[in-house]
Write a protein that binds this ligand. Sequence first.
Ligand code: NAP
Length: 277
Amino acid sequence: MNPVALITGGSRGIGAGIARELAVLGWDLVLNYARNETAVRATAADCAAAARRTGSNLRVAICQADISLAADRQRLVDFARGQFGRLDLLVNNAGVAPEVRSDLLDAGEASFDRLMAINAKGPFFLTQLVARWMIEQVKQNASSSPASPADERADRQHYRPKIVTISSISADTASVNRGDYCVSKAALAMLTPLFAARLAGHGINVYEIRPGIVATDMTAAVAEKYDALIAGGLTPLRRWGVPADVGKAVAAIAQGWLPFSTGEVIHVDGGFHLRTL
Ligand code: NAP
C-alpha cells in the first residue's frame, strides 16, 4: 500500500511541484484546489506520468475545497478518508498574496481578513482536524512506535505520519507594501512549534518549510523587480527558486530523513536568511 499525502493548493506552483516530487517516490495523493480545475487536472496527469516513468503505480484524487471555510475543511478530510482510508502526510501549502499591494499606512481590513483566513486560520484548523485523525491511526496501528528505526524502509512499514507547512520568508521579513501577508505568514509560523510540541508524544513530526522567491503565478507580476534584486545579490545563490526546490525538501521529510527533528524551520531560499557582513 502506498503512503498518502494531502496537499492543499496542489493545483499550481509550489503545491504542484511538491506533488510531482512525491509522485516520483510512489506516494498516493489528494490534490486540493480552490477554483482552478483545469490546473489541478493537468497536475494530476503530470503526477501519474511521472510515476509511470519510474515504475510506480499511484492514485491521485482531486478535491475542491476552500481551506478558509470550516465545512470545506471537514469535507476535504472526509474525502481523503473515503478515498484512501489513511493519511501519512499533510502539506499545508495553499496560500494567497494580497490582491493589491498597499503601503502599510493605507492597508485595509478586508485584505487583512482574507489573508488571515486563508493563510493562517485555514491551515491551523485543518491541521487540528488532520492531527486528530492521525492520532486515531497511530492508536490503531499497533506496529507504529516512535522508537522504531529511522530509515526510509522502516518509515514506510511503520505508520509515522508527518505534517509540513509552507510558510514564507515573509514570516520574518518586513515588506511594508504587504504587511497583511507578512502578518499572516508570521502567524502561520507559530503553527509548527505548537503542533510539534502537542503531537511529539504520538510520534507525529511537524515541520515548517520557509521558501524564498519562487517562480510561480504568485510572483509573476513582480518578476522584473525580483530579477533585478536577485542579479544584484539579494540571495547568495543567485537564482530564482523553482517549485521542485520546495518539493525536494518536502520529499526528504516525507521519506523520513529527518526523524529526530521536529518543530524545525527549513529554509528553502537560496540563503536569503543569512546575515552577512
Ligand atoms: P500560486 O501559484 O498562486 O498557487 C496558490 C495555490 O493555492 C493554488 O493551488 C490555489 O488553488 C491554492 N489556493 C488559493 N486559495 C485557496 C483556498 N482558499 N483554499 C484552497 N486552496 C487555495 O502560489 P505559490 O507561489 O505556489 O504559493 C504556494 C504557497 O507557498 C503559498 O502558501 C505561498 O504563500 C507560499 N510561498 C510562495 C512563495 C513564492 O515566491 N511563490 C514564496 C514563499 C512562500 P487554485 O489553483 O484553485 O486557485
